[in-house]
Design a protein around this ligand. Structure first.
Ligand SMILES: [Zn+2]
Length: 128
């Protein structure tokens, strides 16, 4: 159990640093808003079958909605900002946060998938 918890913390730490969830040696990011096809170190496949990206979108939407809810409640109940100001701020937050969270939504989705069923290895097809 202790080893499992350490392993989960290790995978989550790699996800927060945008590293491969399997080995942690390589970045997930090829260039801004582009995830690598597979890990060059351990060959874990990041881009799997069609539709796999929906999980990353789901992680992004759920996190964005949670952040908007928390900011809304804190702004209205703790800070006491006006409703009009809060709405404008939340609108701007709803536009910017998903873009800023794009890479982390992918890394969290891959980490979740790695913890549940491990990532398949990429096998190059021999052109001969
Ligand atoms: Zn790797």
């Amino acid at each position: 159990m202790e080893a499992d918890r350490r392993s989960i913390l290790k995978v989550l730490s790699r996800a927060l640093r945008l590293r491969c969830p399997a080995c942690g040696r390589s970045s997930l990011i090829q260039r801004p808003f582009h995830i690598k096809h597979h890990c060059p170190s351990c060959r874990s496949l990041f881009k799997r079958e069609e539709g796999f990206f929906v999980g990353a979108i789901l992680a992004n939407v759920i996190t964005t909605e949670f952040v908007i809810l928390v900011v809304c409640l804190v702004s209205l109940l703790v800070v006491g900002a006006s409703y009009q100001t809060v709405l404008v701020g939340l609108f701007i937050l709803a536009l910017i946060f998903p873009l800023l969270f794009f890479h982390h939504s992918w890394s969290l989705w891959l980490a979740f998938d790695y913890l549940i069923e491990s990532l398949p290895k990429y096998k190059e097809i021999d052109p001969r």
